[in-house]
Write a protein that binds this ligand. Structure first.
Ligand SMILES: Nc1ncnc2c1ncn2[C@@H]1O[C@H](COP(=O)(O)OP(=O)(O)OP(=O)(O)O)[C@@H](O)[C@H]1O
Ligand SMILES: [Mg+2]
Length: 492
């Protein structure tokens, strides 16, 4: 390129590099333009990888240089690149063969470099990277004119790089937000826009319509049931039943009769024929909650329903057909249950065709305040109270707390705070109560336990009996009456 008219050259380059909004294309164009105008043999561009780490640069494009050679050039003790990055000044380096600094250098690469030009990419006071170019023995050395030109060139390039980086990050952000909004619109009842929740939404969206079994794993209170319901609501079965069955609390026999029904007289108390929940859920969805609790015998029968769509009521020989979709949930490690022989492997695979892992709240930092505000609105309306919102300290508290009970714990905390607060904003003191929950006494009479619970609640509310009555879900009159019986005079 003709350096006699540097302005025109710069203008041409500017037009060429500004006509793309793609970072890799842009960097290639900058590299090629620089190489061409400088008549360089080899070159590379370094850009800062991480804005917060001044020493973290990566090679984003290179010409006629292997990675290994670039490393040698960058890391050599008298590296021009280092100097440029430190001083933020463009510079030309002399012939390495005549330079004492390179005399002992074992690097042939370094020794063969004849002339080097390197310029920093500085945006106002921020160093973004550098452009390096060199010529080897066969060519002339870079001169002052080259240096002046590359200085102007680098200022042009750095602005274009910076603007394109901003544009790209805005475009990415915009794309992500659009996806988020689309997904959130699909699941208005489920609060969350953190990446882990977005991943859950994506899976729910793509598998809701199928009849495949879904196993939802996750800690207590992470929203497993909410997701199960939502899978059903987004399926063709939405107009048919969604029947949740808690597998954890019933004996195996009772659970069996709950699930599969029974014939009259099958056992004491079986006064008449009764269909089970699977039959009731025909053409709908059965949600087997705490599936890990189910006994081995029942597991076999369940497998049959899943594989053949067939079941027998307890005490009956007749096979009945049902068409149900099975969603199950567990907060146990079901794979471990399998490996320890407590859960049938074949059933596990049948249930686990699609797997959804609910993220715990502590890895969804960004969702905490979102959820808290959602619950604040909900419980304020329910309790006919109005709050400005959370105080700064309350927000900090909510964000720093670990939430072992996940969304359910957060929900309870906010409900309690709404009931207890009489300020116009929610302050952290109303949350603290949750942390120091008194232990229920055991080995006492029901009367004593009752008294303990009532007294603790009154203490918790700072002696406010109206609030205590609200929390205990009794009338204030009843509470007053009770206290009077214990010889306590009304104080407020
Ligand atoms: N993302 C969410 N948005 C709004 N509410 C939520 C969300 N996740 C959970 N909840 C609420 O938190 C409570 C607990 O959720 P859910 O019962 O679905 O959890 P779970 O994982 O089934 O808990 P467990 O293991 O204790 O049965 C419910 O009141 C639910 O509505
Ligand atoms: Mg649950």
């Amino acid at each position: 390129m003709n350096l006699k008219n540097p302005f025109e050259t710069l203008l041409e380059i500017s037009e060429k590099i500004n006509s793309t909004h793609e970072i890799p294309v842009l960097l290639d164009r900058i590299m090629d333009s620089a190489m061409q105008v400088m008549d360089a043999e080899r070159g590379f561009i370094l850009l800062k990888k991480n804005v917060n780490d001044a020493s973290d640069y990566e090679v984003v494009t290179a010409r006629n240089l292997s990675n290994e050679t670039i490393t040698q050039i960058r890391e050599h003790s008298s590296s021009v690149v280092r100097k440029v990055l430190e001083s933020r000044e463009s510079l030309i380096s002399i012939n390495a063969q005549e330079d004492d600094r390179f005399a002992g250098s074992e690097s042939i690469v370094i020794q063969q470099i004849h002339s080097v030009i390197c310029t920093p990419l500085v945006l106002t006071d921020q160093l973004l990277g550098a452009i390096y170019m060199d010529r080897r023995i066969s060519k002339e050395k870079f001169n002052e004119e080259n240096l002046q030109f590359i200085k102007a060139f680098s200022r042009l390039a750095v602005h274009t790089i910076h603007n394109t980086q901003i544009l790209t990050s805005l475009q990415n952000e915009n794309k992500k937000l659009k996806q988020q909004i689309a997904l959130q619109d699909l699941f208005p009842e489920i609060i969350g826009k953190s990446d882990p929740m977005m991943q859950v939404f994506e899976v729910v969206k793509s598998v809701a319509a199928s009849t495949a079994s879904v196993l939802i794993e996750g800690e207590s209170g992470t929203g497993k049931e909410l997701i199960a319901q939502s899978l059903h609501n987004h399926s063709d079965r939405k107009d048919n039943a969604f029947i949740p069955i808690f597998c954890g609390s019933l004996s195996e026999n009772l659970l069996e009769s709950e699930l599969f029904g029974h014939k009259k007289g099958a056992f004491t108390g079986a006064a008449e024929d009764k269909p089970g929940l699977f039959e009731e859920a025909d053409n709908g969805t059965v949600f087997l909650d705490e599936i890990g609790e189910i006994g081995i015998n029942l597991q076999t029968k369940l497998l049959r329903v899943i594989q053949e769509g067939e079941l027998k009521r307890v005490g009956e020989n007749k096979m009945r057909n049902v068409n149900v979709r099975i969603i199950s949930a567990t907060n146990k490690d079901l794979k471990k249950e399998v490996s320890e022989g407590r859960f049938r492997e074949d059933l596990f695979y049948r249930l686990n065709v699609i797997n959804i892992k609910m993220p715990p709240l502590r890895i969804r930092q960004g969702d905490i305040i979102l959820l808290a505000e959602h619950f604040l609105k909900y419980f304020s309306a329910r309790n006919k109270k109005q709050f400005k919102g959370f105080s700064k300290e309350a927000i900090k508290y909510l964000q720093e707390y670990d939430w072992p009970g996940n969304v359910r714990e957060l929900e309870n905390t906010i409900e309690r705070a709404v009931i207890l607060s009489n300020e116009n904003e929610i302050i952290p003191e109303t949350f603290q109560l949750n942390l120091h929950e008194p232990k229920m006494p055991v080995g006492k009479t029901l009367k004593e336990i009752n008294k303990f619970a009532i007294m603790q609640t009154i203490e918790m509310t700072g002696g406010n009996r109206t609030r205590a009555a609200q929390i205990l879900d009794v009338s204030r009159r009843w509470l007053q009456y009770q206290l009077k019986e214990w010889g306590m005079v009304d104080e407020n």
